[in-house]
Design a binder for this molecule. Structure first.
Ligand code: PMT
Length: 407
């Protein structure tokens, strides 16, 4: 579907982040989407219908019982017209009403009457986002295939710091475009449906280990391989949780994204999300060591040389492999020599089911490249060699291998 054939209803609810909605509408239109805006009564405390009407170029619908608006494009007609309904900001109240199928205003009635893909950009106080009722409502929305973009962490209008900020309009538009592309690609993909109902937890990217407030130790992992696996797993029908170190890629919108920095944070995130996972994939290039002490202040360059003492980081995948009730585990090995021997040793030592070995002495593949070539080994030593190809294709091969073995 081309953008200029895609109709989007932007729903604006009553939160301070509503001031970002005109920017969102404008950016969607710049991408060629056809946009209509629906506001709740609460939203009108933060932004006027006139502003949104001026930006969208269409009357803004805000009342279920407005005869004039119903005569122009009634709410049922609007529900049928929409290909996508994007609610930004989505307050805790709105998110919870949708989770429970309530329809007490124009926006929530429209949602019930529509078969459009529903997307929410939650925005609320960080303590509200941590509330068990909201966690459970958000989980129930995800299980119904409703996409949640964000919220992001940072300083909030109320002065609190934490998860709850609405994702920036530019990132929402990027995520939406990416979702649209992957939705049309998945129609043709060979892996479609082969991991239906499987819960997959995945690590990707590098970890960064702080030396002082401005310096760190890290590696060249771009996250491309891991993000491609997340994408392929989603296409295959899996429910994906992506634990990622800092990268400059946008996570697939349908994945639950957990952003981390250090190996210790990555381990914590994996420990928090492992419980219900059927499959764990360790694609991250985890730093093996971290500075023993993180200097509180920037280290001054007074001496001609300096030494940094390093302490071994926890091995995340080995921890997963040591669990009594462990999922199916796939590791990676990035090696510059003795590829097969080192990969097989890691498979055994870390108690893995499969290992994908990349030869990083070849700079056209592996770290930060768009292509990869891997050898896949299983626990009985069987090998499958995959020649150099785009990481998206390599990811599909890995997903097919996992699906075959799970069956
Ligand atoms: O991100 P890209 O630029 O696309 O590059 C992809 C990649 C080369 C990073 C990827 O394909 C890859 O090979 N990832 C693993 C790289 C690596 O560092 O491997 P390793 O040999 O150090 O670790 C072996 C396995 O143990 C891996 O599954 C790793 O995620 C895991 N591990 C390692 C150390 C540690 N402390 N915890 C871990 O979980």
């Amino acid at each position: 579907m081309k953008n200029n054939e895609t109709n989007i209803v932007v729903g604006v609810t009553g939160g301070i982040a509503a001031y970002k909605s005109p920017d969102l509408v404008r950016r969607l239109q710049e991408q060629g989407f056809v946009v209509r805006v629906v506001m709740t009564a609460g939203a009108e405390n933060f932004i006027t219908a006139t502003t949104l009407q001026a930006v969208s170029g269409h009357p803004v619908n805000n009342d279920l019982f407005d005869n004039e608006a119903e005569a122009a494009m009634g709410h049922i007609e609007l529900a049928k017209w929409a290909d996508i309904i994007l609610i930004a900001p989505a307050t805790a109240n709105c998110l919870s009403k949708i989770a429970h199928g309530l329809a007490d205003d124009l926006l929530t009635s429209l949602i019930l009457a529509s078969s459009a893909q529903l997307m929410l950009a939650p925005a609320m106080n960080q303590q509200m986002w941590k509330n068990k009722a909201i966690i459970s409502n958000a989980e129930s929305l995800k299980q119904r295939g409703i996409l949640l973009f964000g919220p992001d962490a940072g300083e909030q209008a109320c002065g609190d710091v934490g998860l709850g900020r609405m994702r920036e309009p530019s990132q929402l538009v990027e995520a939406l475009v990416q979702w649209q592309q992957s939705a049309s690609a998945s129609d043709e993909s060979e892996v479609s449906g082969i991991l239906d109902g499987v819960k997959l937890l995945l690590t990707a990217g590098p970890t960064v280990e702080a030396i002082d407030p401005v310096r760190y130790l890290s590696n060249h992992s771009s996250g491309k391989m891991g993000y491609a696996i997340a994408e392929a797993a989603l296409t295959a029908g899996a429910e994906v949780t992506l634990v990622s170190g800092p990268v400059s890629l946008t996570a697939p919108p349908a994945a639950t994204m957990v952003a981390v920095k250090s190996a210790k944070e990555m381990l914590l995130a994996v420990q928090q999300h492992l419980a219900q996972s059927d499959v764990f994939i360790g694609c991250a290039a985890v730093a093996d060591y971290a500075p023993s002490q993180v200097a509180r202040q920037k280290i001054k360059k007074n001496a001609d040389s300096m030494q940094i003492e390093l302490t071994r980081n926890p091995d995340i995948i080995a921890w997963v492999g040591s669990q009594k009730e462990r999922p199916y585990i796939v590791g990676f090995a990035a090696e510059s020599e003795n590829l097969e021997a080192y990969a097989k040793k890691k498979l055994q030592d870390k108690n893995l089911d499969l290992i994908c070995a990349n030869d990083i002495s070849d700079t056209s593949i592996g770290f930060n490249s768009d292509n990869n070539a891997i050898s896949i080994f299983n626990a009985s030593g069987r090998q499958k060699q995959i020649k150099s190809m785009p990481k998206a294709k390599i990811a599909e091969v890995i997903i097919k291998e996992i699906a075959k073995n799970l069956n």
